[in-house]
Design a protein around this ligand. Structure first.
Ligand code: CA
Ligand code: CA
Length: 350
């Protein structure tokens, strides 16, 4: 018996429907979008500041999936005026950065007295920034500059912050922890050490006043050593408050020493008097005598000898019999020695 045509079509359609998966479950659920935002301060740099020196830290904004984007912010950052002073006070010099809003349209950048700051206990820096809406971005929006005013630890904190989106609605956000810094007194000691017989400008052997080693050793502070430059100048920076012995040395010369120098917060920049080292201690035993003469005589007439002060980085082993660093061991070196006959070191650095 022949099947009617319409029945054939019916079965065919039924088969197709069975083989084709139904598309009812193809619709996937939209992923849950979590949004967040935060305002925080970066750690101050340096972590241990110098009284009278500068410390900086940044204001960091972060947004993740904030729709519409964050387009405005108001922040109050409190500080303790007993320990820090905003650089440029009373006019704020808070540096506005482009890391979050791009180039923001800064409308307020001011220092407020405690009475006008949230909480009323601390003066604060008040910033209002606005710019291109940011949906997902983390970046530096401002950099604060402070000067250390006293020794001790102190903290900076966000007293209050408001973020708004581009529709003007508040954006819920977290606020970072306070950031602290410790200030210590430190003293910079500078001066000039010359060496008998050596000119400031390079001599025939390339010798200059550079490479004199100047050390500072405290009663409790570890020794710190620097080299003079070609003018004989040296800088020993950030020395702790302590009692120091300063010593200047160069091969072929008697060292000079200055003891019992008390560094205090009354003078944070100390300039030592200029001293000239006396030449002739060839063997480095702190006495200028016949042994030193013997060394010069034994090498008399040599030329092209090693000159430390002509080397970059002061790493060359110096030929100490060439006292004046002109690369030659001759009558000039002997004359310098003779004039200092019998002297002992270290000589007194006045
Ligand atoms: Ca000697
Ligand atoms: Ca010489």
């Amino acid at each position: 018996m022949k099947m009617p045509k319409w029945l054939v079509v019916f079965f065919a359609l039924a088969l197709m429907l069975q083989l084709t998966p139904l598309s009812a479950s193809a619709e996937t659920l939209a992923p849950q979008v979590t949004s967040s935002a935060s305002v925080s301060l970066s750690a101050p740099s340096p972590a241990i500041g110098q009284v009278g020196g500068e410390v900086i830290f940044d204001l960091v904004f972060s947004a993740t999936n904030v729709t519409p984007g964050v387009s405005g912010a108001e922040v109050y950052v409190g500080y303790d005026p007993a320990f820090v002073t905003p650089l440029g006070s009373p006019q704020t010099t808070t540096e506005i950065l482009s890391g979050f809003f791009g180039t923001p349209n800064v409308s307020i950048n001011e220092i407020l007295p405690a009475a006008q700051c949230p909480g009323g206990a601390q003066p604060c820096i008040h910033l209002v920034l606005a710019g291109t809406p940011q949906t997902t971005r983390t970046g530096f929006a401002a950099r604060f500059h402070f000067t250390g005013a006293a020794e001790g630890a102190t903290c900076f904190s966000i007293l209050q912050s408001n973020l708004v989106n581009s529709d003007g609605f508040a954006v819920t956000h977290t606020v970072g922890a306070q950031q602290c810094v410790t200030f210590e007194y430190a003293v910079d000691v500078t001066g000039v050490v010359t060496r008998q017989g050596v000119p400031a400008n390079p001599n025939a052997g390339g010798g200059t006043l550079s490479c004199t080693s100047v050390s500072a050793t405290g009663l409790v502070t570890p020794s710190q050593t620097v080299n003079t430059n070609s003018s004989g100048a040296f800088s020993l920076l950030n020395l702790d408050l302590d009692t120091f012995t300063f010593r200047a040395s160069y091969p072929g010369y008697l060292s000079a020493q200055k003891s019992g120098v008390v560094l205090s917060n009354a003078q944070l920049n100390l300039v030592l008097s200029t001293i000239s080292l006396r030449g002739g201690d060839i063997n480095g035993d702190s006495v200028i005598n016949i042994l030193d003469v013997g060394l010069i005589i034994s090498k008399f007439g040599q030329t092209g000898v090693a000159v430390r002060s002509a080397s970059a980085g002061c790493t060359v082993a110096d030929e100490s019999a060439d006292i004046n660093d002109d690369g030659r061991i001759n009558i000039s070196d002997l004359a310098i020695l003779s004039g200092n006959w019998g002297q002992v070191g270290p000589t007194t650095w006045p």
